[in-house]
Design a protein around this ligand. Structure first.
Ligand code: 5RP
Length: 268
């Protein structure tokens, strides 16, 4: 099923999806499993609508992407598709290998047909906060190499303005030796506070796949995200920000009622 592209919001009834997801019933489900089901619905819709034979596909990171890789592997098996996958993280690489999919990289495939990835928050214009899982730099590189960048999320990520749903701030990957001056500069110039992300099952900070640190910038108010993204990237030692501005083409949201909504980026 291919969907027309255009600005605005669309809705796919559960029945409009492929047969493998038609028996979805969300009534009475606990919130956590409802969110998991919503992730799956969004992921399946994205893979079904945007992946075709002989494509190079960017594979995002996080928990929602797991469902997308499940579906991708299912389609590759059932439809005998020839698909090459480029990962955005160690986790994505593992997922690709575990599912028996063809692993590649940007050296061999610098141009991707489509990249599919999750997000922490998606605003009305499809500006994203990403990096809850700490993989934002490789995610942004891969998305930037793709002709189409498609976001998959559950209903909790859908937002009018950044910060309304996601309260953990904007992740910023930084060179370790510079995290204190970068944190101070961000707070001074843009307000709020940028805190070093600490590991949970390890003493000390989270260390990214690129051996860097993450600052989570808790901003105080809405900003011009394009300008702020550019300004933060200019601070020496900043590797990348989790602000994805004008990159996503479409976002799919799995909803609580078992349907899938999609929203397209505004046409500039
Ligand atoms: C990782 C990411 C993830 O895509 C984002 O955190 C969403 O994750 P999940 O699908 O688990 O909600 O940006 O760096």
């Amino acid at each position: 099923m291919r969907l027309p592209r255009g600005a605005g919001l669309g809705r796919l009834a559960a029945g409009a999806l492929r047969s493998s997801q038609q028996h979805v019933c969300v009534s009475g489900r606990a919130a956590a499993s409802m969110a998991e089901e919503a992730k799956k619905l969004a992921a399946y819709a994205a893979v079904d609508n945007h992946v075709q034979n002989n494509q190079v596909v960017g594979v995002g990171s996080g928990s929602t992407i797991v469902y997308a890789v499940d579906r991708l592997a299912e389609r590759v098996r059932q439809e005998k598709l020839n698909i090459v996958c480029v990962p955005t993280s160690f986790q994505a690489r593992q997922l690709i290998l575990q599912h028996g999919l063809t692993l590649s990289d940007l050296d061999r495939h610098p141009e991707l047909d489509v990249a599919i990835d999750g997000a922490d928050e998606v605003d009305a214009e499809l500006t994203l906060i990403k990096g809850g899982g700490g993989c934002l730099t490789q995610e942004k590189i891969v998305a930037g190499c793709a002709k189409h960048f498609i976001v998959i999320a559950d209903y909790r990520k859908d937002s009018k303005a950044l910060g309304q749903q996601w309260k953990k701030g904007v992740p910023i990957e930084v060179i370790p030796m510079a995290y204190v001056p970068i944190s101070r500069t961000i707070a001074k110039r843009f307000g709020g506070e940028a805190n070093l992300r600490m590991a949970v099952s390890k003493a000390g900070p989270v260390v990214t796949d690129n051996s860097n640190f993450i600052l989570d910038w808790k901003f105080e108010h809405a900003q011009n995200w394009k300008e702020v993204n550019t300004a933060i990237k200019m601070i020496p030692g900043v590797v990348e920000t989790g602000l994805f501005v004008r990159m996503a083409e479409r976002a799919y949201f799995g909803m609580e009622d078992g349907s899938v909504q999609f929203r397209d980026a505004p046409i500039n």
